[in-house]
Design a protein around this ligand. Structure first.
Ligand code: 1GP
Length: 244
């Protein structure tokens, strides 16, 4: 079977773009899930599961529910080493390379490595970068790191290139969940031009236009969480020509 990482890399090389939904287990219970998936969502490729303050039971429960109603790959997007479930298909193995907190550069990774091995999850090595989204976000606070200023594309590009040279396969630019401003297009294009691998972009994307702007600028995968959770946008509205 083709692995998820290989598919993400191949799609990026072929210019095929994807939409990922971010689901927070503490927010989505059975009813809200059924509502979310009551529409046709064939243009969604990945389900990211994560949140900053997860209860383990809700993580396993959400993944179990998701698996019973759909067949999209379920990918963990962990806030820390405790957010691992063997019920998922893969995990974004994140190193927070925009920050200078060793615990999020390598500490949590050491703690989680044997748990991930035991759980037999596919590992997606990911250079995770926070970009200032206009207000302090949970991930900034929890990781105790500073985001890269939103008007510094050169710093973002050099950071992403360093991540690539360290062997990380995917770059994830995140303005943080519920960010006021999504990642600016010039940051996305600067990172895309400087690196070769797949580029994930998320944080504060609330509508079709913002999603398209991210794709136009070079995002391979756009992640949307809050806006769907809060019904600011519906899945049907996100059916872009990029996602055919
Ligand atoms: C956050 O990139 C994700 O880590 C998605 O952000 O919830 O703002 O869509 P939103």
């Amino acid at each position: 079977m083709e692995g998820i990482l290989n598919k993400i890399i191949k799609d990026s090389q072929q210019g095929k773009k994807s939409l990922a939904l971010l689901l927070d287990p503490d927010e989505y219970q059975n009813e809200s899930l059924k509502n979310l998936f009551s529409v046709d969502f064939k243009h969604v490729s990945y389900l990211f599961i994560g949140g900053s303050l997860l209860k383990k039971e809700s993580l396993d429960e959400l993944i179990g529910n998701l698996k019973s109603i759909n067949s999209k790959p379920v990918i963990l997007f962990p806030g820390n080493a405790g957010h691992i479930s063997d019920k998922a298909d893969a995990i974004l193995f994140l190193s927070l390379i925009s920050g200078r907190n060793p615990d999020y550069l390598i500490g949590q990774q050491v703690i989680s490595a044997p748990i991930i091995k035991e759980a037999k999850l596919e590992v997606l090595p990911t250079a995770y970068m926070l970009i200032d989204g206009g207000k302090p976000t949970t991930v900034q606070y929890m990781s105790n790191t500073m985001p890269i200023p939103a008007d510094k594309p050169d710093i973002a590009a050099c950071t992403a290139l360093a991540g690539q040279y360290l062997g990380l396969k995917i770059t994830y630019l995140d303005a943080g969940s519920g960010a006021e401003n999504p990642i600016p297009p010039n940051i996305i294009s600067a990172v895309k031009n400087e690196t070769n691998g797949p580029l994930i972009v998320g944080g504060g994307i609330r509508n079709y236009e913002q999603m398209e702007n991210a794709f136009d600028a070079g995002a391979d995968i756009v992640v949307i969480g809050n806006a769907l959770q809060n019904n600011e946008v519906r899945l049907e509205e996100l059916n872009s020509p990029y996602l055919k």
